[in-house]
Structure formats: structure tokens, C-alpha cells
Design a protein around this ligand. Structure first.
Ligand SMILES: *Cc1c(COP(=O)(O)O)cnc(C)c1O
Length: 390
């Protein structure tokens, strides 16, 4: 078979930036007000409106958002927080910031999301919260998780780094759980380079997050250099430096306007991939549950390695040789040296994630991809799968 090889490398991810973002950021830079200010207030207001939630608090990452959310609910040393082993470093490290313990549980093999039936067995008298991760942009089963949380008096904080915009049973992620953390990292579905948002309907938690994101200073600390501001301020707690810049917020406001068109394009790409990969015995496409839609931040393909003569690393290298950028989400947390050494987690404790983590690959899926890019990905994946079929 004569194989066509792309001339140029197709990046795994690219933000959807055009002249509108460039203009919006330029205006902020030219205005002279670079850090948190009116643009950030506007971004928070528009984000809250879009999600349909009372409070949106802008911060400089989802990691900061989760840290502040855990601080707001009062996590302390030696508390336990349950989350999925199949997630990014950030979800568990924020628990360690308190000297608390991230208790990892296994996932569902089809959605890659936290398995609610395993959550209850992980609960102890020290458990304080549960952090479901909406992997790839498909919601975890939040009703099942909330039922357990209610039974034991736990808080639920969503890691929604992938889930903008996602609906669970018709409700928007960001309005459902106690607090929700979104990411605007460069590769995410709304990108500001670095950035994040906390959403909640709870006034007290919102206040606490607002205060702690900027040095624990009691009121609107960012205003102290503006005409409305006061030189006087009270430090009420040793806070953090997690505020978002107006440059990032200006970018975010434009991205928010484009959210639905960017989303529609990712859905098209996912649909095209689904059709192309549905018939090969070595390829398992992602599933869609009836309770959630899918933001398709990621398109995760499962390889059936026993139907192939090559391993995953070779599969990925061969795709790269064909100029297709790919990635792996994720190597489960329980397989990383820090978590193995600190908590003695073992692969056999997480049979599903240990298996899935060995055979997933993430394909490029972003709105800047043109039709030819999509065809190149499909033909590369299929060529490799057919050439190395067992
Ligand atoms: C990207 C990501 C984060 C971290 O987001 P930052 O904004 O970079 O802090 C957290 N959790 C998951 C699942 C992510 O993919």
C-alpha cells in the first residue's frame, strides 16, 4: 500500500486564536492595566452567566481553583479526599498541599470516569470530599456520587478541566456540585494560556475563594490601585497568589464567544473519527453515555493490543513518524513513583485503570484542524492498525 505522509507535523493540540483575540489582548496591554481588573470582573460575570451559576471566581489555573475549593470547604492535615487514579497530576497534588491524603479509586472501563460503586468502599471517618474528574469532557455519574456524598456528609468538587461545556442530565457542569474547577490552560476547550475558574452557588465558599486567591486580603484587594480603591486593607488569613491577569481575561472573553462554534467543530471531528474507527478489531472508540454529552476536549482511542503485533509505544512512534502528534491521557497516578513510594499503591489494586492506562492514545481534536488534517489522522491510524494486525 502506498502511504501518503504529511509534509508538516500536525500538533496534538492548538488553541483557536484569530485576530479577535490578538486585538482584545492588545487593547488591554495598551490600556496599561495588565493584572486583575475590569476585564477579569467582566470575564467572571460572563462566565457565570454562560454556566448559569451564582459565582464564578477567576484564578490563574485549575490547580489553583481546586486548591482554593478544598481550602474553602476546610480540608485539614490527615483528612482524606477521594479521587480517581485516572487523572492529571494536579487533581491529587492539591490534596497533598494540605498534608491530606489523596485516596485513589478505580474507573469505569468505558467512560474512564470514577466508578461510583468503588467510592463508598474507600470512605473512612477521615474522608472529607470527593473529586470526580470528567475525563475527556464526558461527565462522571454525578447523581450516584452525590448520593454517597449526602449519606456520609462529604463535599463534591468537580475537576472540570475537560468539561466546558458539558451537560449532565440536562444540567450544566459547574452548577451541580458544591464547587467546580475549570481550566483555561493552552490546550483546553477555552484557552487563555494559563487560567482557571471556580464556580459555586454558595456565597460563603465564593467569598473565601475570592479572599484566598489574593493574599487573604479582606475586600477586593485588586482595587487598591484604582480610583475606587482604598489604601487600607486587612489580611485575614495567609492567602495565595492565584489571581488572573486582565490580559488572560480579555482572551477568555473572546474565547467564550467562540465556545459553541469551537465545540461544534470538535463534535464533527469526533463523529468522523467514530465512523472511521468503528470497524477495526484493534481499535475501540470512546462511548457516549445517556446521562452526559461530551465536550471532546480529548478523543481517547483504546488499542486492543492482542489484536496488534506492535505495542502502544511503537504505535505512537509510527504515528509521529507520519507527522501526527499524539499523546497519552494518562499514566494512572498509582503507577507514578511518588504515589507508589508514599502510599504503596499497586497496579493490582486498580485493575481497570492499570489496563486502560497501558493501551490508550489521544488523537488530535481541535477546532483549528482542517478536513485534510482529519483525513491524515484517520489514514495514519488505519494504515498502522491494518499493517500490524495480528
Ligand atoms: C489540565 C488539567 C488540570 C490542570 O489544569 P491547570 O489549569 O493547568 O492547572 C487538572 N485536571 C485535569 C484533568 C486536567 O486535564
Amino acid at each position: 500500500m502506498a502511504t501518503h505522509i504529511r509534509e508538516s507535523f500536525l500538533p496534538f493540540a492548538l488553541p483557536d486564536i484569530d485576530q479577535r483575540e490578538v486585538n482584545a489582548v492588545s487593547e488591554v496591554v495598551a490600556s496599561g492595566w495588565l493584572t486583575t481588573g475590569a476585564k477579569t470582573v467582566e470575564f467572571e460575570r460572563r462566565f457565570a452567566e454562560r454556566i448559569g451559576v451564582k459565582h464564578a471566581i477567576a484564578v490563574n489555573s485549575a490547580t489553583a481553583a481546586m486548591h482554593l475549593a478544598l481550602e474553602a470547604i476546610g480540608v485539614r492535615t490527615d483528612d482524606e479526599v477521594i479521587t480517581s487514579t485516572f487523572t492529571f497530576a494536579a487533581t491529587a497534588e492539591v490534596v497533598r498541599y494540605f498534608n491530606a491524603k489523596p485516596v485513589l479509586v478505580d474507573i469505569q472501563p468505558d467512560t474512564f470516569n470514577l466508578d461510583p460503586t468503588l467510592v463508598e468502599t474507600a470512605i473512612t471517618p477521615r474522608t472529607k470530599a470527593i473529586i470526580p474528574v470528567h475525563v475527556a469532557g464526558q461527565s462522571a455519574d454525578l447523581d450516584a456520587i452525590q448520593t454517597i456524598a449526602d449519606k456520609y456528609g462529604l463535599n463534591v468538587i468537580d475537576d472540570a478541566a475537560h468539561a466546558l461545556p458539558t451537560q449532565y442530565k440536562g444540567h450544566t457542569i459547574g452548577t451541580i456540585s458544591d464547587l467546580t474547577a475549570f481550566s483555561f490552560y493552552a490546550t483546553k476547550t477555552l484557552a487563555t494560556g494559563e487560567g482557571g475558574m471556580i464556580t459555586t452557588n454558595n456565597d460563603e465558599w465564593a467569598d473565601r475563594c475570592r479572599i484566598m486567591r489574593l493574599h487573604g486580603i479582606s475586600k477586593d484587594a485588586w482595587k487598591r490601585y484604582s480610583s475606587e480603591g482604598s489604601w487600607q486593607y486587612d489580611i485575614i488569613a495567609p492567602g495565595f497568589k492565584y489571581n488572573l491577569t486582565d490580559m488572560a481575561s480579555a482572551l477568555g472573553l473572546v474565547q467564550l464567544d467562540k465556545l459553541d462554534t469551537m465545540m461544534a467543530r470538535r463534535r464533527d471531528i469526533a463523529h468522523t473519527y467514530d465512523m472511521a474507527f468503528s470497524n477495526h478489531p484493534a481499535l475501540e472508540k470512546p462511548i457516549c453515555t445517556e446521562y452526559s454529552d461530551h465536550a471532546y476536549h480529548l478523543y481517547i482511542l483504546k488499542l486492543k493490543l492482542d489484536a496488534l503485533t506492535i505495542d502502544r509505544a511503537t504505535f505512537i512512534q509510527t504515528l509521529r513518524n507520519r507527522n501526527i502528534g499524539v499523546s497519552v491521557h494518562w499514566i494512572p497516578l498509582h503507577m507514578h513513583p511518588y504515589y507508589v513510594q508514599t502510599y504503596d499503591y499497586r497496579p493490582e489494586d486498580y485493575p481497570i485503570a492499570s489496563d486502560i492506562g497501558m493501551r490508550v492514545i489521544s488523537l488530535p481534536i481541535y477546532s483549528k484542524m482542517v478536513d485534510m488534517d482529519i483525513e491524515d489522522v484517520i489514514s495514519a491510524v488505519l494504515d498502522i492498525a491494518y499493517q500490524h494486525a495480528q
